[in-house]
Structure formats: structure tokens, C-alpha cells
Design a protein around this ligand. Structure first.
Ligand SMILES: Cc1cc2nc3c(=O)[nH]c(=O)nc-3n(C[C@H](O)[C@H](O)[C@H](O)COP(=O)(O)O)c2cc1C
Length: 169
């Protein structure tokens, strides 16, 4: 799809088909995360693909926002590998967020739906999935084929005007 149409057409999918994603297609989408820019090119992003029955049951306990998707991507950064800002804060979350955005748009381009989920507790996820100390989850992303009945939320196009968010200084 033409890029500007793609970013307009993409919406948060909250209803999925019970249909597997072919591995090659999933990996094409994940590759869009791999090539995302990261601070100082440190590439701290790590993506866990939750799809087994056992882990998906845990995901459904960890967030109410799986929405019946066959897979949930757990988009993380390895905080030992992320770069720091001059003020001492880490770029780990920014790096993971850019990778997540690449993935979200790549998924839309190949006909898959996603929704960015922030409604989870980082420590609960880390504990439930036995993450090592340095692995920090920043976004959950259910991914799958949108159900035939899936439609954008009415607020999908409820965006502020450019003049409300941009100021030339
Ligand atoms: C950081 C972030 C966290 C979000 N968390 C959730 C969430 O926990 N559950 C959910 O259903 N949608 C979540 N969303 C999706 C937003 O509600 C959605 O992107 C927004 O309402 C605009 O709708 P659209 O994506 O259809 O354009 C999140 C989006 C972002 C960017």
C-alpha cells in the first residue's frame, strides 16, 4: 500500500480470526522491527513471540487486551545493551517503541492486524515469564488476521488538527 494510505488505513484491531499466521509472513513483519533505528545503533530490542497454549493462557491473565489474537508479541529491550541519554535516562523504551511501530505498520501492509497494548504490569510479565533482570517489556502487541467483523473504533479518526500539535518557533 502507498505509505500515506497505509498510515491512514491502519487501525487498532480488537477482534481476530482463529487463523494461524504463516511463519514466513510473521518473520517478514518481525524483520521490520529488526531494522528499526536505535540509539547509537545499540540494537537492544528483543521480541518474544507468545503463541503456545501455555504462554497464551498466561498472556490472557496478564492483560485483558489479547482480543482473541493467535499471537502476542512482547516487545522488550535488553537494558544492558541500550544506550543512555546525557541526563542519565535510558533510550531502552524509545528503541523498543520504534521497533514496535515498524512492526505495526509492516503488519498492516501485509494484511495483518495489531493493537499496541500498554495495559499490563511490567513486573508481573517479567515474573510470569521468568525474564532475566535486564529484559524489560515495553509493549504487548496482539497480531493476527482481523475478523471479518472488525472495524476501527469510531475515535480512530478523531485526531487533533495539525495546528493544535505543531508550532513553528
Ligand atoms: C502506548 C499505547 C498504549 C496503548 N494501550 C492500549 C491498551 O492497553 N489496550 C487497547 O485496547 N489499546 C491500546 N492502545 C491503542 C490506542 O487506544 C489506539 O491506538 C488509539 O485509540 C487510536 O486508535 P487507532 O489505533 O485505531 O488509530 C494503545 C496505544 C498506544 C500507542
Amino acid at each position: 500500500m502507498e505509505f500515506f494510505n497505509l498510515i491512514k488505513e491502519r487501525y487498532s484491531v480488537r477482534e481476530y480470526k482463529d487463523k494461524e499466521i504463516p511463519v514466513e509472513l510473521l518473520e517478514k513483519v518481525l524483520d521490520a522491527g529488526r531494522i528499526a533505528p536505535t540509539a547509537r545503533n545499540c540494537q537492544p530490542v528483543r521480541i518474544l513471540v507468545a503463541k503456545s497454549k501455555e504462554v497464551m493462557a498466561k498472556m490472557n491473565e496478564l492483560t485483558p487486551c489479547v482480543y482473541g489474537a493467535p499471537i502476542v508479541l512482547i516487545i522488550c529491550s535488553d537494558t544492558n545493551e541500550s544506550s543512555g541519554q546525557p541526563n542519565g535516562r535510558s533510550f531502552a523504551e524509545a528503541d523498543a517503541s520504534i521497533a514496535a511501530t515498524h512492526i505495526m505498520l509492516a503488519a498492516a501492509d501485509v494484511g495483518l492486524g495489531t493493537v499496541w497494548v500498554g495495559r499490563f504490569d511490567q513486573d508481573e510479565v517479567r515474573k510470569a515469564l521468568s525474564f532475566p533482570d535486564e529484559l524489560m517489556p515495553f509493549a504487548l502487541m496482539p497480531i493476527g488476521y482481523p475478523a471479518d467483523t472488525s472495524v476501527p473504533n469510531p475515535r480512530h479518526t478523531d485526531n487533533k488538527e495539525l495546528s493544535e500539535i505543531v508550532k513553528y518557533i
